[in-house]
Ligand binder design. Structure first.
Ligand SMILES: [Mg+2]
Ligand SMILES: [Zn+2]
Length: 189
């Protein structure tokens, strides 16, 4: 199974320091949905792993989150794309859970659900914690410079990033990269 794990806010849709709290506030980044569709057409299954502490902070409820995701699925399907599943951490930072990135709980849930080893699976996010969480379970780390990632534009990544983290302008550039690089051994497995 060719699997890619994506962060949501700042990677697929525009992020906000005020949190994304409603379907109206959920707005795709330019080219992001098309990028997911391109990945799908190249045989990649796409799964989302997202911190949604706004739930734990009481800023929105699960109904609103589901409505955001219904919008995401609908807009994506109009581009011929599909997200197989969305895994999210609903907790606030003080709840001490194991699923809030940079902890690896969401990734362990994904491995369990799909019955796959995540070693070498590309993970894409706009924050250090996204790639750190993936690196714990052996994912291949990719940083996009959309969203919070903009702070890393034009300078070397800090040493806190996992070794080998690749940098892309946005999700579209990541999709181009994945489509054009030679197939790795795991992709042939
Ligand atoms: Mg993000
Ligand atoms: Zn959690």
């Amino acid at each position: 199974m060719k699997l890619v794990i994506l962060d949501r806010d700042g990677t697929i849709n525009a992020d906000s320091d005020e949190y994304i709290k409603s379907p109206e506030e959920w707005q795709p980044l330019p080219g992001a949905l098309e990028a997911i569709a391109r990945l799908n057409h190249a045989g990649w299954h796409v799964v989302v792993a997202s911190n949604q502490s706004g739930l734990g902070r009481g800023l929105f409820d699960v109904g609103s989150l589901n409505a955001m995701h219904a919008k995401m699925h609908k807009l994506l399907s109009a581009h011929g794309g599909r997200i197989d599943a969305i895994f999210y951490c609903p907790h606030s930072p003080d709840e001490g859970c194991n699923c809030r990135k940079p902890l690896p709980g969401l990734f362990e849930q994904i491995a369990d659900r799909f019955g796959v080893d995540l070693k070498g699976v590309p993970v894409v996010g706009d924050s250090l914690r996204d790639v750190q969480a993936g690196a714990v379970v052996g994912c291949e780390p990719h940083l996009v410079l959309s969203g919070k990632g903009a702070e890393f534009r034009g300078r070397p990544l800090p040493d806190t990033f996992p070794a080998g983290t690749r940098v892309h302008e946005d999700l579209a550039a990541f999709a181009d990269y994945l489509a054009t690089r030679p197939a790795a051994p795991r992709a042939a497995a």
